[in-house]
Design a protein around this ligand. Structure first.
Ligand code: LLP
Length: 436
């Protein structure tokens, strides 16, 4: 069915408006259906079942391009952990991005995607010997070291001047949730700038004949709203570069750029980031008399979050102290509310109606399995209704589990009216395969 067929003949003047910025680009309400990437949500649910994670390819590509356009001088590295999927990695390769992986497993997906090794960076506060060996064997371009033990281990394993960056903790509070704040002291990532550990790490890497120090790295955290945090990171990191006593060619500022989840949430100020980071870099490098390093940024969420929509079927409505709307997914496909207190908007697809506040809950055996509290849905919401949750493209497929042996949902890519699975739905056969 085309979009035109779905539109009521009276036109769209009474169409409910979609919340700005939350949905994939071009998403429309047609009739009462929701059309994503040219494909009606009701069709997606009927064809692929629910729960179902829908990913709008064009939105992903547009966001990837917008990073490259805003920072043409920088290397833009997609944070592969935010949406680990070979097809998505291929889109990133085509858009000219690099890729960061944080395990041999993510590297295996990158290899399956045919992602050029010269544009892969490996991260992680712990890399097992297997991770490091896989990275060396595949010839990933850079490895970001995160402990003295790792420097020694990698130095012993590497044979040919493996390029290395050092993960630095710059001591910056970027005002995000404690569980995803990584720029501050007293958390497990990086070498502290303040304690001198970062400078010591520089010396240790330089001492290893099999390693070549090319850059310094920091990652302040995730869902960061303020450009000022990155500006401060540049100041501190250039200060460190100046005291290294060796040429540092690359400065990686990590990712963490926020995405909107709720109506009214602002998008990240990418133009502001580019302008202020560039200004700070030039100023600080001139001040310290060091040649400006090449910048790297590692966006994950800001590229894929708003490209994703999850579809759920309502299974039961329970009137209690409040109205609970229970769906066929939950914390196994979205643990973010339980982990970070994340909040989501929810929309009923297929009809409107006088709204009332409800709490959307999942199917898992925990009282904390809540997807969205106090959201407005039509008062007559009932079993069989289809719900759509926007901003579910980042860290949903990645964090999904088999809790209660519930099979993980597929990821369905949509573009120009065509839908195709890029991750298939998990089956009970998949589950049983691991049991001995
Ligand atoms: N670079 C490094 C070294 C990272 O550790 C991360 C994310 C990124 C880049 C990308 O950050 P982004 O641009 O996506 O914020 N599971 C959490 C998020 C964890 C982020 C982990 N590291 C969540 O669902 O909010």
């Amino acid at each position: 069915m085309t979009l035109a067929e779905l539109l009521p003949s009276t036109g769209c003047s009474t169409e409910p408006v979609l919340e700005d910025g939350l949905w994939p680009d071009g998403t429309q309400v047609a009739g009462q259906d929701l059309v994503i990437g040219g494909v009606p949500a009701t069709q997606l649910a009927a064809r692929f079942g629910t729960p179902c994670q829908v990913l709008d390819e064009q939105t992903v590509r547009t966001r990837a391009r917008s990073f490259r356009a805003a920072l043409p001088e920088a290397e833009v590295v997609f944070a592969g952990k935010s949406l680990p999927c070979p097809e998505v990695y291929r889109w990133m390769a085509q858009e000219g991005l690099s890729l960061d992986v944080s395990s041999a497993g993510e590297l295996a997906l990158a290899r399956a995607a045919g992602f050029p090794a010269t544009r892969i960076i490996m991260h992680g506060n712990v890399k097992t010997a297997e991770d490091l060996k896989a990275a060396l064997e595949h010839g990933v371009s850079r490895i970001v070291v995160d402990s003295f033990d790792e420097i020694a281990q990698l130095g012993a394993l590497a044979t040919h001047g493996q390029e290395v960056m050092i993960r630095v903790t710059p001591g910056i509070d970027a005002h995000t949730h404690a569980k995803i704040a990584t720029g501050v002291e007293d958390q497990k990532f990086g070498f502290s700038l303040a304690s001198g550990a970062a400078l010591e790490a520089v010396l240790r890497v330089v001492e290893q004949p099999s390693l070549k120090l090319v850059g310094l790295h920091c990652h302040l955290g995730s869902q960061i709203r303020h450009v000022a945090s990155y500006e401060e990171a540049v100041r501190r990191m250039v200060g460190l570069i100046a005291s290294c006593g060796t040429r540092i060619e690359q400065l990686d500022l990590g990712g963490g750029f926020c995405a909107p989840y709720l109506p009214g949430d602002a998008d990240f100020d990418l133009a502001g980031l580019a302008h202020r980071v560039r200004g700070a870099l030039n100023y600080e490098c001139a001040l310290h008399r060091v040649p400006p390093p090449r910048l790297l940024v590692e966006p994950g969420r800001s590229i894929v979050a708003n490209a994703g929509v999850t579809l759920y079927r309502v299974c039961a409505v329970k009137e209690s102290v409040r109205t609970f709307v229970a769906v066929d997914g939950g914390m196994s496909d979205n643990p973010r509310p339980a982990l970070y207190g994340a909040k989501y908007a929810v929309r009923l697809v297929g009809r409107g109606g006088k709204p009332k506040p409800v709490t959307v809950v999942g199917r898992h055996c925990e009282a904390g399995d809540v997807l969205a509290e106090d959201v407005l849905l039509p008062a007559d919401v009932h079993a069989g209704d289809l719900l759509a949750v926007p901003a579910t493209g980042a860290y949903h497929h990645a964090l999904a589990s088999n809790y209660n042996q519930v099979c993980r949902p597929p990821v369905i890519a949509v573009k120009d009216g065509v839908a195709r699975p890029i991750v298939r739905r998990e089956t009970e056969e998949d589950l049983l395969r691991r049991y001995v």
